[in-house]
Design a protein around this ligand. Structure first.
Ligand code: ADP
Length: 399
């Protein structure tokens, strides 16, 4: 009897400050299929692991002591061991990583070797809260599994098509030359939406589109012919729209005032802007949109109203950058699941020609605008892990 065929598999890793998310895909003749996903959260504090199969059925959950799961390295070693029995009959051919910063150097994903790793380490100072954690599993695997090809996929890369004026700050030019520029983030999500639309709704990609990625992190991207020409996040992932715990656009003078008048240290200001602001700071209730919408607290209403107001302003700004608007796309946790937020944003944008179809919106349909709406409105689920897996296949010629 001949041995059963061995499926090639790709592991996608998304390493954060205290979490390691993973997804495993089969590389099939018809494309990629996720068969396992999960995450280790609370690394170095109250670490716990959970995994689901490709259909979302829970498979496994475990809690760890802080000592036994004290670092990204420990989490990766544990995960690779846990994956072994799940990968029996499969050949793990590559690992794709989410890496927040590719600077101006990387406009595409890239296979990582020691030289590329050095270049990626040079961007740590541009994203000190994220880049070191993203790079840790790559470094571990380069050392322990040098035979296993690894591909870095960047949150910034998709925005390298922006025109020069979209990448500038009005600071003395030497800072721009030193890397103080608007890079933009969430690029893997926007690229996935552009690809999906190109395959399923070609007319959508052909025009002037704003995509609103509304998750815990929130940003928007202006697309012309499927390419980024502007985005709301800038030098860091703090800028633009208000988020779960991040402030969004803030007068730089406020930072100076916090330091001078309140004696706050840079670390204290950074922690507040990243972790205590946004929906959480304004509401005093929660960073979670679903909880805010269900809450009767006045602070919750205040936060939701501000969120909607700023989103509408940002769409207006990006529409100006595009010279008009043909389509608006909602994606990520809030964008995909909250008819209330979508309709509130669209109501504020009626002047641009948006007409939402209430039933389609309430049903979370794909097209949620009326047939005669001059600007079409869509709901398209994003999938950054799938995008990383696709890039990994393309870079390594695995198709
Ligand atoms: P992340 O950026 O961490 O990947 P998600 O894309 O999962 O986050 O988005 C999380 C946000 O989506 C949370 O604010 C959550 O409350 C919100 N969300 C999820 N489902 C709903 C829903 N049915 N209604 C409103 N908000 C929702």
């Amino acid at each position: 009897m001949s041995a059963p065929p061995v499926n090639r598999a790709i592991l996608v890793l998304n390493a954060g400050s205290s979490s390691l998310k993973f997804e495993v895909f089969d590389v099939l003749p018809g494309g990629l299929q996720c068969f396992l996903r999960g995450q280790i959260d609370g690394i170095a504090t109250h670490a716990h692991f959970k995994a689901k199969d490709g259909a979302g059925v829970p498979l496994h959950a475990t809690a760890f002591s802080a000592e036994s799961m004290s670092s990204q390295h420990a989490a990766l070693v544990w995960l690779l061991q846990w994956l072994q029995p799940a990968l029996v009959g499969k050949n793990l051919v590559a690992v794709g990583h989410r890496v927040v910063h590719g600077g101006t150097l990387f406009a595409e994903p890239i296979r990582v070797d020691a030289a590329v790793m050095q270049q990626l380490e040079a961007f740590v100072h541009l994203a000190p809260l994220h880049q070191p954690h993203n790079l840790e599993p790559i470094r571990c695997l380069l050392a322990e599994r040098p035979d296993l090809p690894q591909v870095a996929c960047f949150d910034t890369a998709f925005h390298r098509s922006q025109p020069p004026e979209a990448e500038m700050f009005a600071l003395p030019w030497r800072f721009h030359e030193d890397g103080v520029q608007r890079y933009g983030f969430h690029g893997l999500s926007y690229e996935y939406i552009a690809r999906t639309a190109r395959a399923q709704i070609p007319a959508l990609v052909a025009g002037r589109t704003v995509v609103a990625h509304l998750g815990n992190g929130v940003s928007m991207c202006a697309l012309r012919d499927g390419q980024s020409v502007g985005t709301s996040m800038g030098f860091t992932a703090l800028d633009g729209c208000p988020m779960g715990t991040r402030c969004g656009s803030l007068d730089a003078g406020v930072v100076l005032h916090l330091a001078r008048a309140y004696g706050m240290s840079l670390d204290a200001i950074e922690s507040m802007l990243y972790r205590e602001s946004g929906l959480l700071g304004l509401s005093g209730v929660s960073s979670d949109m679903q909880e805010l919408l269900a809450s009767g607290e006045p602070g919750a209403r205040r936060a939701v109203d501000y969120f909607v107001y700023r989103l509408a302003r940002e769409v207006g700004s990006l529409a100006a950058a595009l010279g008009g608007l043909d389509a608006l796309v909602f994606t990520a946790g809030i964008g995909e699941n909250s008819p209330e937020i979508r309709s509130a944003v669209c109501e504020r944008l009626a002047w641009l020609g948006l007409r939402i179809a209430p039933q389609a919106n309430a049903a979370n349909a794909s097209q949620i605008s009326t047939a005669d709406s001059p600007v079409s409105v869509w709901r398209i689920p994003t999938n950054e892990e799938q995008m990383i897996a696709e890039h990994t296949c393309e870079v390594l010629n695995l198709w």
